[in-house]
Ligand binder design. Sequence first.
Ligand SMILES: [Zn+2]
Length: 392
Amino acid sequence: MKKIIPLFSFLLLTIPGIYAQSAKKLHKKAILIDTHNDVLSSAVLDGIDISHRVKEGHSDLERWKEGGLDVQFFSVWTGEKARNKEGFFRDAEQQIDSLGILLLKNPQRMTLARTYKEVTRGVHQNKLVALIGVEGGHMIEDDLSKLQQLYELGMRYMTLTWNNSTSWATSAMDETKRGDSLSHKGLTDFGKQVVRKMNELGVIVDLSHVGEQTFYDAMAITTKPVILSHSSVWNICPVFRNVKDEQIKAVAKNGGVICINFYSGFIDSNFAKKMAELEGSKGKQIKDSLNQYYDAAKMNEIWRQHFSAELEPVRPTLAKMVDHIDYIVKLVGDDYAGIGSDFDGVSSLPKGLDDVTSYPKITEELLKRGYSEKSVKKILGGNVMRVMKANF
Ligand SMILES: [Zn+2]
């Protein structure tokens, strides 16, 4: 017995190590693609050089390397109010320029891809492959020639709406919160023209952020597979931005991919409830009381600190995020799930997924759950590769 017990304990101790080791190998071998990162609007545009390791935020070139990332869709995002007086289109151009500067500074480490071939070439050169995803159809300013211009500047997906609707497509936020007061729901005739033009040019139709009506209208006319660049599962966390089972099945039928958003409030319903509670009456009280003493910027900073302190105990774990991948795989198979972190665009992340160095832990968790190497490779990037190939 004396000999058996230590042997048993030894085996038990090494099992997690075995996963970690094979996960590391697999993670290195696999093509890892993240379809959504907001570092351009949150840092690069403000002059922060992410060529080097930076303390703030979730991403930079050094940390991407550590995390084993191969392909990044850089989100070009602007909110309901344009930053530039010239408008949304100018905002998009400016952000694309900021990515251009980053690429010029790092020709050995990064490359911009406009075709599927350029993606595979960049991956084989061991560079971080950058692609441009425009988040929010308002940036084309109701003008198909601006859609064409953004395509020429490198845009390879466009999210039809952000939280704000356009004159031609309604958003998830508006369809759920404004409902009956909307003058139209879904895609207008012009909206359908936009989708057709995207198919024709080779710009992936991204259906994150859009309302259900817009989703089904777009699905009815697209001739190419779509993505949801950063959305999670409604049945696990029923919030307006997440997708229902019927939508997941429709994406599978279309051959598209749903890339899971890591935001704590989209993956865990307890966190979402706590967030809503804080934003409600209690939050307002705190905001009002602080308002007397501080300017708006300082107040927001204090408010953020307060938020994170209260929310820390209810932060979900990495396993909870992987539950969303699991759910999609069980519902429709392993060809339709991917990674769309929303790093640098969210205020809270699950424990263990703190920044872009954390990706290998996802591979480890998938292996622990019994996923085959082949399945893991599809989820990490293979599925998005398929959609890119079908589009450009
Ligand atoms: Zn978003």
